[in-house]
Write a protein that binds this ligand. Sequence first.
Ligand code: NAP
Length: 403
Amino acid sequence: MARTVIVGAGGVGSVVAHKCAMNIEDFGDVLLASRTVSKCEAIAREVLERTGVTIRTQALDADDVKATAGLLMIEGAELLINVALPYQDLHLMDACLEAGVHYLDTANYEPKDEAKFEYHWQWAYQERFRQAGLMALLGCGFDPGVTSIFTAHAKKHRFDRIDTLDIIDCNAGDHGQAFATNFNPEINIREVTAKGRFWQDGAWVETDPLSVRREFDFPAGIGEKAIYLMYHEELESLTTHFPEIQRARFWMTFSDNYLKHLEVLGNVGMTRIDAVEFNGQQIVPLQFLKALLPDPGSLGPLTEGRTCIGNVITGEKDGKPVTCYLYNLCDHADCYAEVGSQAVSYTTGVPAMIGAKLILNGTWREAGVRNVEQMDPDPFMAELNVHGLPWTESFPETSGLDD
Ligand SMILES: NC(=O)c1ccc[n+]([C@@H]2O[C@H](COP(=O)([O-])OP(=O)(O)OC[C@H]3O[C@@H](n4cnc5c(N)ncnc54)[C@H](OP(=O)(O)O)[C@@H]3O)[C@@H](O)[C@H]2O)c1
């Protein structure tokens, strides 16, 4: 009997499995299920070595709703943690409804044939989850996830009104490879090559991919880096749940080397997501490229440096203007030493574990579909400090974004 079922044995799944094992009293028996069972078994072996806790494993095609619901019912599961790919979200939500199990994920649903990050498919499940008395907690990684909870914390404690929100994701790590992505290359490249979009005065403004650039001076010795405006899914939920926000943007750092490779790959058609015929076979160039690139999981022992992900928020408190910068610093090598993964998987997997813990112990239990920023941020913010993602809050004079 597994109280907690983790689906997806990738980089993030490995961190979630480790962190659940490290807090096994909160999770009960844990089952890790994924398409390739050998990957589950390899993670389970590492978890046993590092923590002394045994987690069980199982082959599962998460797109098979009946099989997933059957597994959840046989196990008598209470919660499913979805850290497979965004394509599986709706199938896993269907399976949870069928089996009467709570649901948590870290990325919103995407149709396979179109890079489209929108919540409406998952928000449409609201009534069904509510009527079933089940919770579906969406976007409980770092971004979305912690950045969304940072926003809720700022609104609860630091602002009467939020005017602008800038989420800034910096990976100042170096893996020494010519070109590699830090998480699933297909998902990562689809995201980065999509058009940019930000929220301004009640409407979306679209920008060409990676065409808006600024310099931002990161704390703790990381220093100045180029950041690029992108669209990211939490902008949709945050501007929905905090409608006072006048402008919301998302930025990410990229090295010149990464961008040079991406440009060439794009120019020659290797980032296409439609099928092309090759030697009588249909292949999707981006999926083929994924097969050639280093497995993000293999970057763990090679990566040095830190990530710095956070929110710059401006607004008003007690009639006075306030600027607040909330961020987390995470060291790649420290993550590797603790759970055998680099910081990008770690910063996603730890919040997923915390959200799962809060659902299981009833602290964050509401029937219906919820984005994390709709919940009370305080217990989550406290858990971040305990489980490896401590946060810092500062009140600079200006946003540092030159606008
Ligand atoms: N919110 C955030 O901050 C954040 C950040 C990074 C990533 N993410 C999200 O986290 C999730 C996991 O990312 P990752 O980097 O761990 O990806 P990954 O390394 O590619 O792992 C995905 C895992 O899902 C499994 N899978 C794929 N399709 C499946 C299916 N139909 N049935 C069962 N298992 C299936 C894969 O199986 P195989 O091993 O057989 O391929 C793989 O083990 C993604 O949704 C990603 O978008 C969120």
